[in-house]
Write a protein that binds this ligand. Structure first.
Ligand code: ADP
Length: 456
């Protein structure tokens, strides 16, 4: 019998997931098919695990978000396109292309920056012939079909929210409390370090001061650099319990490792200053040349608030600093110095798919670092469309729902300096008068709402 033929790209439907139209690309380099899903939450029991997730079937129509649920048939280690290995849930569901329908295995991954929301791997293509020279042999399915689907019901009642923090008295935490209460939600403050985790039991728990914590609808992780490792474990545990985490452990980890973040962002064609990485280089001058020669910026990878960032104005100064870093056995990057930025950068606060506030930070005279902690001043600024797009793309690429993206204006256009997964609210709220905390609570409401409608 002749095999069913499909093009290298096609319009498909995943009827059991409630996805009537999605563009797929065949990828014989991959074994299993993959679907780009967000807010992946484990549900069900250990013996009968289920997963819920959201899919926006078209990258250009981010407002179409479909809630899907499926049985988990396996968990598999998959190397994703950014080169990192990731443990993914595997589901099985029917796919239809043209008039043919068959069951396939799909892994779920929350990488949303891909052009194709779904790829069909070898295992899904066993029973079909793929024409590598031809796309769309079968009819296009219009995305209009999504407009006819029923909408989610709004959430009723209050949410139970927790802030994971080591600084219960800081401005950001106080603002979350204020805005959550104003919207009638319950909010608890949890000291990340006092949590301990029961990771063995069939139903994962987080313990705190001798008792298992109740179920939270959402948590707001405020994980500082000093406790990234443990903080991520706590966040992961909440994820396993089906709690909506404002930023996932994976996304916090990806952005916290500055070098990994840089590699991922560059791979996704997000403009960034020319950068080289070194640990203990012997050939100092070559390293300096790699970034275009002095003056250059040297940054300790563990830096925050501008503390480990140095401007070396001459080759000699650069060599001396590199020598000192080498003595400390510290990992560092060298970066082209963006002189034309004049000591300013732009902090864009990304919430969901929007830049809700932006401020320009400027260094004090004689200083190139604009960090407020380094004596910089801030003023409200309207980021350009290009800057906003880059900021949103950077946050999405790292999988962050909320991020502070620092952008520097260069002669070649805006470039991303850094993406922060726990941006402080004080500077940006006071400078721009935007109610950032409220915007974050709204995002939580929307996300929990979608998860609650899945449970019905
Ligand atoms: P940190 O994470 O410690 O804040 P950043 O990389 O954000 O480190 O650098 C701190 C500040 O130094 C930035 O806000 C910016 O003002 C300035 N800066 C950083 N990199 C460059 C660069 N390549 N060219 C010019 N100024 C820079």
């Amino acid at each position: 019998m002749e095999k069913f033929t499909i093009g290298w790209e096609e319009w498909a439907a995943l009827p059991k997931l409630g996805l009537p139209a999605i563009k797929v690309k065949t990828d014989t380099g991959a074994k299993t098919s993959a679907l780009h899903a967000e807010n992946i939450q484990l549900k069900g029991t250990r013996l009968n695990p289920k997963v819920s997730f959201e899919v926006s079937p078209d990258p250009d129509l981010p407002n179409i978000r479909i809630l899907c649920h499926a049985k988990v048939i396996d968990q598999r280690e998959v190397v994703s396109s950014n080169g990192l290995s990731e443990l993914r849930y595997v589901i099985e569901t029917p796919i239809s292309i043209g008039n043919k329908k068959w069951d396939i295995e799909i892994t779920l991954s929350n990488r949303s920056s891909m052009t194709y929301r779904m790829i069909l791997g070898r295992s899904a293509l066993e029973k079909v012939t793929v024409r590598p020279d031809k796309g769309f042999i079968h009819d296009k399915i219009s995305l209009d079909i999504y407009n006819k689907l029923p909408k989610n019901k709004p959430v009723v009642g209050r949410l139970k929210i927790a802030v994971l923090t080591r600084g219960p008295d800081n401005y950001s935490v106080k603002r979350f409390i204020e805005e959550a209460r104003r919207n009638n939600h319950q909010i608890d403050i949890i000291d990340t370090k006092r949590c301990y985790l029961n990771i063995n039991s069939a139903s994962p728990e987080v313990h705190y001061d001798g008792e298992a914590l109740p179920h939270y609808d959402a948590i707001i992780p405020r994980i500082g650099p000093s406790i990234t490792f443990y903080g991520m474990a706590v966040v992961r545990q909440f994820q396993a319990m089906g709690t909506f985490c404002l930023n996932s452990a994976e996304a916090i980890g990806a952005s916290r490792d500055k070098l990994a973040a840089h590699q991922i962002l560059v791979r996704h064609k997000i403009p960034m200053p020319n950068t080289a990485f070194a640990s203990s280089p012997k050939d100092t001058s070559n390293l300096i040349e790699l970034t275009g020669g002095a003056p250059i910026i040297l940054k300790l990878l563990e830096s925050s608030q501008g503390r480990g960032v140095v401007l070396a104005e001459s080759q000699k100064a650069a060599s001396a600093v590199i020598g000192a870093f080498r003595g400390l056995d510290a990992n560092f990057i060298t970066q082209e110095f963006i002189k034309e930025a004049g000591g300013s950068d732009i902090r864009c606060l990304v919430i969901g798919r929007k830049v809700v506030a932006a401020m320009m930070r400027s260094a004090q005279p004689g200083e190139f670092r604009s960090n407020l902690h380094a004596g910089g001043t801030a003023k409200k600024v309207e980021a350009t469309k290009e800057e906003k797009d880059i900021a949103i793309k950077a946050a999405r690429t790292l999988g962050l729902n909320v991020a502070g993206v620092d952008i520097i204006r260069t002669d070649q256009g805006p470039k991303v300096l850094e993406v922060n997964s726990s941006p402080g609210l004080e500077g940006i709220e006071k400078t721009t008068a935007v109610n950032v905390a409220q915007n974050i609570i709204k995002l939580i409401e929307q996300n929990v709402r979608s998860l609650q409608s899945i449970k019905k």
